[in-house]
Each structure stands twice: as C-alpha cells, then as structure tokens.
Design a protein around this ligand. Structure first.
Ligand SMILES: Nc1ncnc2c1ncn2[C@@H]1O[C@H](COP(=O)(O)OP(=O)(O)O)[C@@H](O)[C@H]1O
Ligand SMILES: [Mg+2]
Length: 217
C-alpha cells in the first residue's frame, strides 16, 4: 500500500443514501485495518461548518447570489482541504467524504447554471490538482429519492434547507450534471444504482472498494 492515503467521495442528490453509506464505507475500510477519516462538504471543520450554515440557511429575507454561493462553497473547501483532508492524506489516512467538487459541478453548475469552465478555474485554484481517487455516485430517479427524503425529514422533524426547497427541475438538472461528469471520467466515478435495497447497494460498494484496494496495493 502506498504511504499516501486515498481520497474517496460519495456523491448524489438529496436522499439517495450518501450519509447512510458513508458510515458503511468507513467501517468497511477500517475492517481492513486502514485509518479512516470521515468528513463532509461543505463543512468538515468548525469554520467550514459555519460557511455550510450560511449556504443552507433558507432565510428568504436576502437571496444568496449564485456567484457568492459558488465562492462560499470553495471557501469552505479550501479550509477543509488545508485543515483536514490534506493533512490526513499526507499521514497515510484514508479520507471518506460526503460530497466534494462533483457536487459543485452538479448543484452550482447543473442546478444554478454557472458555466463548468468557471467552476473548473476555482477547482484548480483551490485544489492544486488534488482529485478524489474514487467517487461513488449514488444515482436514482429524483421522485424516489424525494420520497426517501420525506421519510427522513418526517423522522427528524426537520425543516427543508435552502437546497431541499428547490423544485423538481433543479434536481433533474443536478442528476443530469452528475451523470455527465461520470460519463466524462468513468475511471474515477463509479455510478451505483441506489434505487435498490440497501444490502444490494452495499454489496456493489463492497465490490468496487475491494477492486480499488486490490489495484492500489
Ligand atoms: N437503499 C435504501 N433503501 C431504502 N432506504 C434507504 C436506502 N438508503 C438510504 N435509505 C434511507 O433514505 C433516507 C435518506 O438517506 P440518507 O443517507 O440520509 O441520504 P443522503 O445523505 O444522500 O441525503 C434515510 O432515511 C435512509 O435511511
Ligand atoms: Mg446526507
């Protein structure tokens, strides 16, 4: 195994099972004796989590400008990379992250309509070439994911955040943008059909992870 850790991201729209499977992926890797750091974006450090609150706050007294939204996402990312992700990878830990820059291309690009080349400029500025080693894109039809999300919101007594309040066409655009990215980079991004019982989803995740563990050895 190389001395640098590996960077694995989970992606997909609301309710596809990212948080559920993040914990499972981390446990799967720890069972194989790896040091694993579990984290999420936007957020992952106290200051980056404060930026997350700004991004998710549904207060409608002041609409958030789309470019301001994009820059906040990358500001949180810069802080998270500097404080958590890069130090962990450097010491040989594996980092498993709930969302990363593919989400920016999907939400701020596909959803908000910001040109991909502008996002790519910020990506290279902030990431300096760092990319996930493996991205697990959980994909399913939006309507089914929305039903799951409603189940979760019902149990949490949770109010919808600024993104969860978006309309169906926003989420369709997010899904299309995710799938387009996967088609452009099929070696890094594995599309997993998330509209199946959890056991089947995790059996596929297990296969994908074990293949990578084998090929990275
Ligand atoms: N494969 C699955 N089948 C049925 N329900 C699922 C599955 N995966 C996740 N869920 C449930 O769907 C809801 C949303 O999952 P969650 O992991 O919170 O999604 P995300 O983090 O992508 O928004 C949760 O209530 C979770 O228990
Ligand atoms: Mg989640």
């Amino acid at each position: 195994m190389s001395s640098r850790g590996r960077f694995i991201t989970l992606e997909g729209g609301e309710g596809v099972g990212k948080s559920t499977n993040l914990a499972w992926v981390a446990d799967h890797l720890m069972d194989r004796g790896l040091e694993v750091v579990r984290t999420r974006e936007p957020g992952g450090t106290p200051r980056a989590e404060a930026i997350r609150q700004l991004l998710l706050d549904p207060a409608d007294d002041e609409p958030l400008d789309v470019d301001a939204e994009l820059l906040l996402v990358f500001a949180a990312r810069a802080q998270h990379l500097a404080r958590v992700v890069c130090p962990a990878l450097a010491r040989g830990a594996w980092v498993v992250c709930d969302r990363f820059t593919d989400a920016t291309f999907a939400y701020q690009g596909g959803g908000r309509g910001i040109p991909a080349r502008r996002i790519a400029e910020l990506e290279s500025f902030v990431q300096q070439g760092l990319q996930p080693d493996l991205t697990l894109l959980l994909d399913m039809p939006m309507e089914a994911a929305q039903r799951r999300l409603e189940g979760r919101l019902g149990r949490d007594g949770g109010a919808r955040d600024r993104f969860e309040r978006e309309r169906g066409e926003f989420f369709q655009a997010v899904r299309r943008a995710y799938l387009a990215r996967a088609a452009e980079d099929p070696h890094r991004i594995a599309v997993v059909d998330a509209d199946r019982p959890l056991g089947q989803v995790q059996a596929e995740l297990s296969r994908l992870l074990d293949n990578c563990l084998e090929s990275w050895r």
